[in-house]
Write a protein that binds this ligand. Structure first.
Ligand code: NAI
Length: 337
């Protein structure tokens, strides 16, 4: 185990607190790799480096894999998002975000069995970062959708559906309005669907998708979508199953993989020791599965399910009063039970 090396970006805001807790829980579960600390976000900016320093990107190229805490991005000004920079540099084209009901966890959908995965294209769309201002009163952004980009995200998504024994995949789009960009996305989706006749493939317009998700979320299995819709819809789905404190994610490319929670740096609660480490912990569970450590992955996710299902020791975002550390202690105790 000790010879496995994994990059660790603690990030900023609540990042350092939840990263430390997650490492403590992983260690209690018997997973003790060599964590290679990598800088990004505010600590890098404080040293006059870009939010995602080249040396961090290069280190992940060498390590192949990393766990990442959140990093803040100023709104409307300032540095380029560390996340966007990382995903582009490593070509992490698939962002996989599961939303699964936690049994007995109280919430608006506690009686609904939600078990869906969002596969979000992670490198194109309006996130291409091509914005310009031809006139002081006009600002423009370019939405980029490419055929190769569509092909590889659909290939990944259909293969994932097959590997996980899932049944249905739904493309989420707005091709009724964006006839060329989303039109190409949809066309390529059905071309790929032809190669997987055993998988039910259909599509839905993004606004209707949001309405359906908040009324009958149990109907969906796998949603595959573009970058911006995927960003928004996955936060919505996180809300359905308990909130951002529980939602994990994986950024997967052909050569590298970076695992991170859906949530951001939560500056409103940073430094208070009350953040929920579950989303990052479940991202680490995805990492464990990615490297074939299924036993440890299952034992950690079972411990999380037990603690959250018991409902006695929970962080503030879930209506509890536990600190990050107290919650971590409960998960560690549940590992042993
Ligand atoms: P956010 O996800 O950081 O927070 C939204 C709300 O959820 C806040 O009330 C926060 O306290 C709560 N929350 C989030 N994670 C939580 C956790 N683990 N435990 C308990 N409560 C939690 O979103 P916001 O406020 O829009 O963004 C803050 C910063 O994070 C921004 O600079 C944004 O750009 C960045 N961000 C970074 C991401 C990343 O590094 N992958 C992803 C999303 C946002």
């Amino acid at each position: 185990m000790a010879n496995r090396r994994i990059g660790m970006i603690s990030g900023d805001g609540i990042g350092p607190e939840i990263s430390a807790e997650v490492r403590r829980i992983l260690s209690a579960a018997g997973f003790d790799p060599e964590w290679v600390e990598l800088e990004a976000g505010q600590p890098a900016l404080d040293r006059g480096l870009p939010a995602m320093p080249e040396e961090t990107i290069q280190a992940i190229r060498e390590l192949g894999i990393a766990l990442k805490g959140p990093t803040a991005t100023p709104i409307g000004k300032g540095h380029v998002s560390a996340n966007v920079a990382l995903r582009k540099a490593l070509d992490l084209f698939a962002n996989v975000r599961p939303s699964i009901t936690i049994p007995n966890l109280k919430g608006h959908f506690e009686d609904t069995k939600i078990d869906l995965i969002i596969v979000r294209e992670n490198t194109e769309d309006l996130y291409a970062g091509i914005e310009f201002q031809p006139h002081k009163d006009i600002a423009q952004a370019i939405k980029v959708i490419t055929r190769p980009g569509c092909k590889r995200i659909f290939k990944y998504a259909f293969e994932m559906v097959k590997a996980q024994g899932r049944k249905r995949i739904t493309a989420v789009h707005k091709a009724n309005i964006m006839k060329l960009t989303d039109g190409m996305f949809l066309e390529e989706f059905y071309l790929m669907a032809n190669e997987y006749p055993d998988i039910i493939a259909d599509d839905i317009i993004v606004d209707n998708c949001c309405m359906q998700l908040v009324t009958r979320p149990e109907q969906f299995d796998v949603l595959v979508t573009e970058n911006l819709y995927g960003d928004i819809v996955s936060d919505l789905c996180a809300g359905l199953v308990g909130g951002l404190g529980l939602a994990p994610g994986a950024n997967i490319g052909e050569h590298y993989a970076v695992f991170e929670a859906v949530h951001g740096s939560a500056p409103d609660i940073a430094g208070k020791g009350i953040a929920n480490p579950t989303a990052l912990l479940l991202s680490a569970v995805l990492l464990l599965r990615h490297i074939g450590e299924h036993e440890k992955a299952t034992s950690i996710s079972n411990a999380v399910l037990k603690v959250l299902g018991d409902g006695k020791i929970m962080t503030g975002d879930l209506g509890g009063t536990a600190t990050t550390r107290e919650y971590g202690d409960a998960v560690i105790a549940a590992l042993a039970s």
